[in-house]
Unconditional design. Sequence first.
Length: 277
Amino acid sequence: TLYSYWSSDWATVLGIWKLRDNRLHFVSRMMGFDMFDHRAPDGWQRFQELHVAQADHIYVIAEAGLAHMQERFPEQRQKFSISYLATSDHGLGRWTPEAELRIVSCANMVELKRVHLIAEALRHVQGPVRWTHFGEGPERDRVEAVIATLPANIRVELKGSRPNSEVIAWYTANPVDVFVHASYTEGGAPVALQEAASFGIPLVAADAGGVREIVTEATGVLLPNALTSEVLATTLNGFKDSRWYTGEARKGTRAFWASHFNAMNVYGALLKELGRR
């Protein structure tokens, strides 16, 4: 039994191989770009019918993806089930209240991630703010243009693209009040949100794909997918006066992550299931 992490190139290779040799068995994952038409070049998922027909099983990473694929392939609905992506445990992050609102985000600077909305929202946030962003991409000039217009109470550090180990080390060493995610499309519960929650950092995110499966009443504030900078700014302005600005809320955020997205448990269960196939 072979395992393709994406239902794209390798799932195509394995599907063709299986047509030639029925001794082959394979399972695959579907995330987002390999599942939704609007994420594919020309709005068409290439070879998706082949992938679904030939795979023994396909794991999607969110309820939204499961509903989509079962509606799309009702005769094959038993082939789909959820297996979340998950992240490792690095412990509860350091935190004490400070005068400055410490915001972090982590996303490629591409149009669908709407990083510029975070920058635009900060124009309307009162009091001292420090925003740290991890990620790089073609939208950087647009984001920097907004940053150049921000008032003096806003400090910004664009970290660029960094290895995951450096991001985790930064979370370990630096207290963060809130993690913000503005993407308008997602396949599952984003790993960036999971990693922040694992440190106990409350989440504020737009409702896209599987985001609502990690941003819940236990972990933070779910905002409309049709997000505006004003709506985001209102949430950030009230953040310090909300229940999320407490040590107890941070423990609850981490506890939700541990019960749903701890890699030790999630991937251990997946390995056991694959062993039974």
